[in-house]
Design a protein around this ligand. Structure first.
Ligand code: PGA
Length: 247
């Protein structure tokens, strides 16, 4: 059985002070949660978040990681820096990184291999744009993102994939549960063909894109959906907790 994983992606929201407040509100609300609970927060919030989650079930994630160990990479943050704080998860290849900051399948792959080498647990994001979907290119796009993004990975134990159709992110439009399940099923079949049946069976694949309290239960009931990557609804303790406690 794959353990469900609900992860918040705070994006560029919450100062360190606000992060502490939000975590303090969240802690009692998720203390009995069944799924694994992760919050991926801005770099500047990581230290305070690490202190604030102490004694709770909440795990800490960052929103990116550099592909190099150290050196002349202005603006980047290394795996070693994250590990020292106690970061466990990292989001890699979020569509906003791809869209606004030149992230490609190649750089996703470099970051991913670096994360795995340093025992960080990657949440690798894939998903098609509206245009790609309308042109019936969803499978083709996902295949390229997965084959190139995951190239060279041999150990999938700690890896999570997040399927996030770009048109559903922050738009209020959610893929229907059946649709999300079908597309994630395709991703799983691709993983099976490429990396083997055991990997495909154990790999956790999340849905992301306007997941909220009102649709979490329906999405989580789907056979192929093992969790959620939550943007907007992760910024309010009650909303995020109600997704975590979807049952
Ligand atoms: P959203 O964002 O829940 O606000 O749509 C999800 C994401 O981008 O990870």
């Amino acid at each position: 059985m794959r353990k469900p994983i609900i992860a918040g992606n705070w994006k560029m929201n919450k100062t360190a002070k606000q992060a502490e407040e939000l975590i303090n509100q969240l802690k009692p609300l998720v203390s009995k949660s069944k799924p694994e609970v992760v919050i991926c927060v801005p770099y500047t919030d990581l230290w305070v978040a690490k202190q604030a989650i102490a004694g709770s079930k909440i795990k800490l994630g960052a929103e990116n990681v550099a592909w190099a160990d150290s050196g002349a990479f202005t603006g980047e943050i290394s795996a070693e820096m994250l590990k020292e704080i106690g970061v466990e998860y990292v989001i890699i290849g979020h569509s906003e990184r791809r869209q606004y900051f030149g992230e490609t399948d190649k750089t996703v792959n470099m970051r991913l291999l670096q994360a795995l080498k340093n025992d960080l647990k990657p949440i690798v994001c894939v998903g098609e744009t509206l245009e790609e979907r309308e042109k019936n290119r969803t499978k083709k796009v996902l295949k390229k993102q997965i084959l190139e993004g995951l190239n060279g990975v041999t150990d999938f134990t700690n890896l999570v994939i997040a399927y996030e159709p770009v048109w559903a992110i922050g738009t209020g439009k959610t893929a229907t549960a059946e649709d999300a399940n079908k597309t994630i099923g395709y991703i799983r079949s691709l993983i099976r063909k490429t990396f083997g049946a055991d990997v495909a069976k154990a790999l956790r694949i999340q849905y992301g894109g306007s997941m909220k309290p009102s649709n979490a239960k329906e999405l989580m009931a789907m056979r192929n959906i093992d969790g959620g990557l939550i943007g907007g609804a992760a910024l309010k303790a009650e909303d995020f907790a109600s997704i975590v406690n979807y049952k």
